[in-house]
Each structure stands twice: as structure tokens, then as C-alpha cells.
Design a protein around this ligand. Structure first.
Ligand code: SF4
Length: 355
């Protein structure tokens, strides 16, 4: 809530939820459970849908080796939008930015990670007719003309102020925001008609898309809409999963043993002893394990039961963690099987084979 206020975005209300329900017959649990909780102009995309007008989805990732399962969550929502609305999904892998801002990374390395991360995206079940993957260092021809138009509209002082750049920021990194903004306008160029995008992403990406909305009118493009998620807390209690503490996150490459250990060591809202837990119950509202149940259990009934049983002391934390471990193990097993299969078809998803 604090961040939504800070960024000046709107909270999702019954209004948007009711429209989604009216259009699709259901609302994805990540929205219903308030994980995606804020937006800019979501209603205008929903109005387009209602009127049979084109729109597209867009988000992306700065490729790296440490992809954790939390990174998959916004893409799970994208999958729902693609399935429900049959829209095109543009996904940008910013191997250029990672190279520019991360000390010690070679471009060849970030480019390799782009391919690795693309496999994780494809593994969520997208089909090549809808998912279009852009790898910045290879697909720049799709973005460059749009990016330089954006670049001419943005002053150095605006990007410095927006992203906290300083005099020691390299000029590559200072130019990069134009490329992230460019994809928001790409569908309009590709289709030769106004095709606004909806961007499901974490709220800290808002500065890019606020700038995109600022320059859109002047450049003759439709303003992008956004839908924002909260951060996923670290298992060990941090505000978000962090690469600097590997035990705070479950990586897609973790062994079953590591996943189990991390979950069993996670911070809970439980009582110090089983006896006290039975007597007073736990505090699921302040429990990381419960938050992960909310993200990975699609059954509302199961989640409700966990909540209620915890509150009245019928569920002990060890058992609750085992239930989470079973769910994540199943999720990762399926994910890794699909990821293997994606290796044979990855090229079919590249934007360059379709546009
Ligand atoms: Fe958290 Fe589950 Fe323990 Fe309740 S029983 S505090 S939800 S781990």
C-alpha cells in the first residue's frame, strides 16, 4: 500500500475485479488474493477487450543465472491473460542492460542467460503463436527506431532523476530506459494500428512505464497500462527474495533437498512450541509460509483451510511446511520437465521468426 501511494498508482478495486469476472467468468487467484493489487489504467484495456479492440501484453526480465520461483509468478498471470483473452505477449530479455549495469558480466554471458531464462518462461505453457521473445542484443532492429524517438524526448536530467543515475553511470545504462519503453510501443508499429499494452510487473518497475506514459502522446503511441504486484518476501523474513542470501529464495535450479531445507527453515507466524501452537494457534497473516501457499496453491479451499486450521491451532508449522514443500516439489518437477522440452522449440518463440 505504501509503495502504491509513493508511486501514485491506483489500487485494484471491485470495479476492475467485476469487469474481469464479467469478461472471463473468473478472476485469477493472484488478483483475487491481492498479490497483484495496483494498476495504471487497467480499465482502458478492459474496455478495449469489451469493445473487441486489439491490445497486447508486455513484460520482461534482466537475464541472470539466479532465477527463483518468485520470478515466475508474474509470468503465470501473463499466461492467464493470454489464455483468457487470446492476446499477443511480447517479452523482452534485457541482456544489454544486465551487461551494462552489472560489474564483471560479459555480454556473451548475459546473452546466454537470456536463452536460459527464456526456457523457464516457455515452460509455463505458452504457445509460439502468442509469445514473442525479444533478446535486446540480437533483436535491436525491432526497437531502435522507436528507442531513438523516445531518446529525443527524454532529457538526461529526467532519466537521472527517475532512475537515480549519477555522473559515474555509463552512457549505455543511461540510454537503456528507451529500450524498455520501446517495447510498450512495438505492437502499434508491428500492426500498423493503435495496440496499447498491459504490463504485469512488480511495482518497482513503475518509473519506466510512467515515463512511457509521459512520452506516448507526443510520439503518437497509445499509453501503456500496468498491473502491479507486491514483492515476494524472502523465506528467511526479508522484504523480498534476495540473491545475496540464497536461503531466502527457491531457485528453479535448486535440488529437491535444498528446496525442502529452505522451506523447513522458513520463518513462520507460529508459536515457539507445538503445545503453545495447539493452545493459541498461529498467525498466518504474518507468516512467510502462508504467503507462499497463497502464491502456489490454486485451490481456494485448501488455502482457506490452512488459514483457519492455523488460527485455531489445528495445524502445526512442520506439517504446514511439508504441505508447501509437496506443492512446490510438484510445481518444480512439472516445470523442469517442460523446461527440458522447451530446448527443442525455443527458436519458434523468437520475434524474428514471426515479424
Ligand atoms: Fe504459518 Fe502454517 Fe505455522 Fe500457520 S501453521 S504459522 S500458516 S507455517
Amino acid at each position: 500500500m505504501r509503495l502504491a501511494h509513493e508511486f501514485g498508482v491506483q489500487l485494484i478495486t471491485d470495479n476492475e475485479i467485476n469487469t474481469l469476472r464479467e469478461l472471463t467468468g473468473e478472476v485469477h487467484y493472484l488478483i483475487r488474493r491481492n498479490f497483484f493489487y495496483a494498476h495504471r489504467d487497467l480499465q482502458s484495456i478492459l474496455n478495449r477487450q469489451r469493445n473487441g479492440l486489439k491490445w497486447a501484453l508486455y513484460n520482461g526480465r534482466g537475464p541472470s543465472a539466479d532465477l527463483h520461483i518468485g520470478h515466475l509468478v508474474p509470468w503465470m498471470l501473463s499466461k492467464w491473460f493470454v489464455d483468457k483473452f487470446n492476446v499477443d505477449y511480447f517479452f523482452e530479455l534485457t541482456d544489454d542492460e544486465k551487461f551494462l549495469v552489472k560489474e564483471g558480466y560479459a555480454l556473451e554471458q548475459t546473452n546466454k542467460y537470456a536463452y536460459e531464462n527464456a526456457l523457464d518462461l516457455i515452460a509455463l505453457g505458452f504457445t509460439p503463436d502468442r509469445l514473442h521473445i525479444i533478446i535486446d542484443s540480437e533483436d535491436i532492429k525491432y526497437l531502435y527506431k522507436i528507442a531513438i524517438k523516445i531518446g529525443k524526448k527524454l532529457t538526461l536530467s529526467t532519466v537521472k532523476h527517475t532512475f537515480g543515475f549519477t555522473d559515474s553511470t555509463n552512457v549505455g545504462a543511461a540510454f537503456f530506459p528507451t529500450l524498455e519503453i520501446a517495447v510498450a510501443f512495438l505492437p502499434t508499429e508491428l500492426y500498423g494500428e493503435n495496440v496499447p499494452v498491459l504490463i504485469p510487473t512488480a511495482i518497482d518497475q513503475d518509473p519506466y512505464f510512467r515515463l512511457a506514459r509521459d512520452v506516448a502522446d507526443e510520439l503518437g503511441y497509445p499509453k501503456p497500462s500496468t498491473i502491479y504486484s507486491k514483492f515476494i518476501p524472502g523465506l528467511t523474513g526479508e522484504d523480498k527474495m534476495s540473491a545475496s542470501n540464497p536461503d531466502s529464495a527457491i531457485y528453479v535450479t535448486d535440488s529437491e533437498r535444498d528446496v525442502r531445507r529452505k522451506i523447513m527453515n522458513a520463518l513462520t507466524g507460529g508459536q515457539p512450541t507445538a503445545e503453545l501452537q495447539r493452545k493459541y494457534g498461529g498467525d498466518p497473516d504474518n507468516c512467510v509460509v502462508y504467503k507462499y501457499h497463497l502464491l502456489f496453491q490454486d485451490s481456494d479451499e485448501r488455502v482457506k483451510k490452512i488459514y483457519e486450521d492455523c488460527k485455531v491451532g489445528k495445524l502445526l508449522c512442520g506439517e504446514c511446511k511439508m504441505m508447501l514443500f509437496e506443492r512446490i516439489r510438484e510445481f518444480m518437477k512439472e516445470h523442469n520437465e517442460r523446461r527440458e522440452r522447451a530446448k527443442d522449440v525455443i527458436n519458434q518463440y523468437r520475434i524474428s521468426v514471426k515479424f
